[in-house]
Design a binder for this molecule. Sequence first.
Ligand SMILES: *Cc1c(COP(=O)(O)O)cnc(C)c1O
Length: 241
Amino acid sequence: MAVTTRRISDNLSHIRDDIAVACEKARRVPADVSIVAVTKQVDFETVRHLLDAGLSEFGENRAAQLARRAEEMNTYLERRRTPLPAPVRWHMIGHLQRNKIKTVLPTVSVVHSVDSLRLAEALNKRAGHCACTVDAFVQVNCSEEPQKHGCAVGAASHLAEMMATMPHVRVVGLMTMAPLTDDAEAARPSFARLREIFEDTRREAAVGDHFRHLSMGMSQDYAVAVEEGATVLRIGSALFA
Ligand SMILES: *Cc1c(COP(=O)(O)O)cnc(C)c1O
């Protein structure tokens, strides 16, 4: 699917308007909410339009595609003349298998989907080999659907605390995926729950100063997510509609 810069800019300004309204309701400031543009369903030409629209944080949910995209991006950036608003950063937002860590590191800046100690340890080890540090979210299965990725609600604080001791992982917060429905309000309980776990963790666990983000909200439900405290939205289809 290819979409023009104009369409993307229009969609983006709608999204930003919605964010501003949600922030006002929640007495928050829009500057505290960032957008990761999820590019899994579009071609590279469209990714370039996202850059032209001023976006610089990109998310992919599969390791191989993330690596391929990042390489395409580097090739493109070497030739690009127009300056960028900010350096491009890649976010791994989908489930990450341990044997795929080497595919995404050191390219990836942020992993949103750490849901086990084994995965966190493997990430730390590999980042150590690359002499880099990777930002990481603990993914929590707030809706407690059995088939879903994410650690159990009761395990999140401890996992975050363990990650805070790892030299090559910087634990930056919590992430969740709401149940998939067309009803944005159906997502609210999951978001509110993630926020609660986040506050409890900050109060009771030694997680460090970088632990201040909530990655929650997608195209269907980002406004509700902002009302519930999201600081990072992962948005795909609403940018390309
Ligand atoms: C695809 C995806 C998104 C974005 O979904 P849209 O509904 O297209 O906004 C967000 N997070 C994850 C983990 C995804 O896989």
